[in-house]
Design a protein around this ligand. Structure first.
Ligand code: ADP
Length: 457
């Protein structure tokens, strides 16, 4: 069996606390074949980039590289988070393009390739994760690497015209044809990528996900909808139902229903639009007004980027405004918390909630939607209000699908979730949990890796 090599910006080093299914799944994959995990060390070095750290645990080798402050700023805060992130989430208006950060991004990818190429054998299978590393395969190929290399994009791939708005877009996105397999979250993302290859790269799309770049280079692209470790979330939620944290939370509701939202504080999550929908719910459905409390958990993210700081201020003001307008002396309609919670606590909150509001303006998948469904009590499951612009909407047909820009429509979906009969909630939940159990995070990684193993240049 070939050795697996995973490459990601952040490496989940052994012993560090982990809150996600992805790290666990990649770890499990690496353990099966005895593998290597390569990426940034998480350290910003004072002098120069390139110092390496090697560590072994459970048959996995971890190899990480330090970056200088300047490289980190340009590659990570700069091109990755100020340029690519908004672009990939359809926000050309927020794209901050800068030739210097683009060069730093390229440079860090070249540095990673330089270090990694020395470790690779031709029979390895290399799996590169996410938008920080688009050019990595191209840089590895330049250095003679012949191994199979796959790429998975954890965020959306936008419409071709948006992609083309990035100056020198071909330098970043044209590099994808150096991979053997490029994976997207949904068929829609895949179609938009194929459009880009046809319309802006002069390439061709054959059947079966087979693509040809303008220079004749052949590669494959396909959709692999990422998921969660459903079994783990289900059992955490069951235990959490009896925990002191959950009980205290329940007692604080005084018999009112709870709606929950759990999102990194990011403009792609549609939080101001969601607050507006909550406000419209209180205004439009006065009979249900005092019967619902909304809990928004939103840990601060990327505080070094100005658009995130602006969003944070906006939400603080909005939360205050809504509570000021609608609260009673003994009832706070909106609870707003900028904290992360470990999954045992979070799954308890999910299970307690009558509904979850997952209304991003754009999201590659949205794992919170799947976690919420997996955490429900089969006897009395809550409802999921889900944006049509989340990748998860393609799979979770039992959700109440909404357009996040339509605040009245979202308000009405909240009201529908409040009054939905038990039978209907069970039926909707059943169809969603069946899908989530069938294609969990382990099915996802096996699907991707077997497809990658089957490609040959
Ligand atoms: P994104 O990757 O854009 O942050 P996802 O919904 O796909 O969005 O994944 C978010 C992950 O982070 C989920 O596993 C979720 O449980 C976790 N998460 C989000 N908010 C919190 C929080 N406040 N505390 C702990 N975990 C969180």
């Amino acid at each position: 069996m070939s050795r697996l090599v995973v490459v990601s910006n952040r490496v989940a080093l052994p012993g560090a606390s982990q809150n996600g299914g992805l790290a666990t799944a990649l770890d499990a994959a690496l353990q099966e074949t005895g593998g290597l995990w390569f990426g940034w060390s998480g350290k910003v070095a004072r002098a120069h980039s390139g110092d390496m750290h090697r560590q072994d645990a459970d048959g996995i080798e971890y190899l990480t590289v330090d970056l200088s402050r300047e490289d980190y700023e340009g590659y990570y805060n700069g091109f990755s988070n100020r340029t690519l992130w908004p672009l990939l989430h359809f926000r050309l208006d927020l794209v901050d393009y800068n030739a210097l950060t683009q060069a730093a991004y390229r440079g860090v990818n070249a540095l990673f390739a330089e270090k990694l190429s020395k470790e690779l054998r031709d029979d390895d299978i290399v799996w590169v994760q996410d938008y920080h590393l688009f050019p990595l395969a191209q840089e590895l190929r330049k250095r003679g690497v012949g191994a199979r290399i796959g790429f998975f994009l954890h965020v959306p791939f936008p419409s071709a015209d948006i992609v083309a708005g990035l100056p020198h877009h071909e330098k970043t996105f044209g590099a994808l044809s150096s991979y053997d397999l490029v994976g997207f979250q949904t068929e829609r993302d895949l179609e938009r990528f194929q459009d880009y290859i046809r319309l802006f790269r002069g390439g061709q799309v054959a059947g079966q996900g087979d693509l040809r770049d303008h220079d004749g280079r052949r590669f494959t692209a396909a959709a692999f909808p990422i998921s969660i470790d459903a079994g783990v979330i289900e059992s955490l939620a069951e235990t959490a139902a009896r925990s002191a944290t959950t009980k205290r939370m329940q007692a604080s509701l005084n018999g009112r229903a709870l709606a929950i939202g759990v999102d990194r504080l990011d403009y792609s999550k549609g939080l101001p639009e969601r607050f507006r929908a909550i406000q419209r719910f209180f205004e439009r459905h006065t009979d249900q007004r005092g019967k619902l409390t909304y809990l928004q958990i939103a840990p601060v993210s990327r505080g070094g980027v100005a658009s995130y700081r602006t969003l944070r201020r906006e939400l603080e003001q909005y939360a205050g405004h809504i509570n000021g307008a609608h609260a009673e002396p003994d009832w706070t309609p909106l609870r707003y918390v900028n904290r992360t919670y470990p999954h045992p606590a979070l799954t308890g909150f999910y299970r307690l909630s009558r509904m979850a509001l997952v209304t991003p303006l754009r999201d590659g998948m949205n794992l919170v939607a799947k976690e919420y469904v997996a955490a429900q009590d089969a006897e009395d499951p809550g409802a999921l209000v889900l944006s049509i612009f989340a990748g998860a909407a393609r799979e979770l047909d039992g959700a109440l699908l909404v357009n996040p820009f339509d605040s009245d429509g979202v308000a009405d979906a909240i009201a529908a979730a409040m009054t939905m009969p038990l039978e209907a909630r069970r039926e909707r939940w059943q169809s969603m949990i069946t899908r989530i159990r069938e294609y969990d995070i382990h099915a996802w990684r096996k699907d991707f890796l077997s497809r990658l193993a089957a490609t040959r240049r």
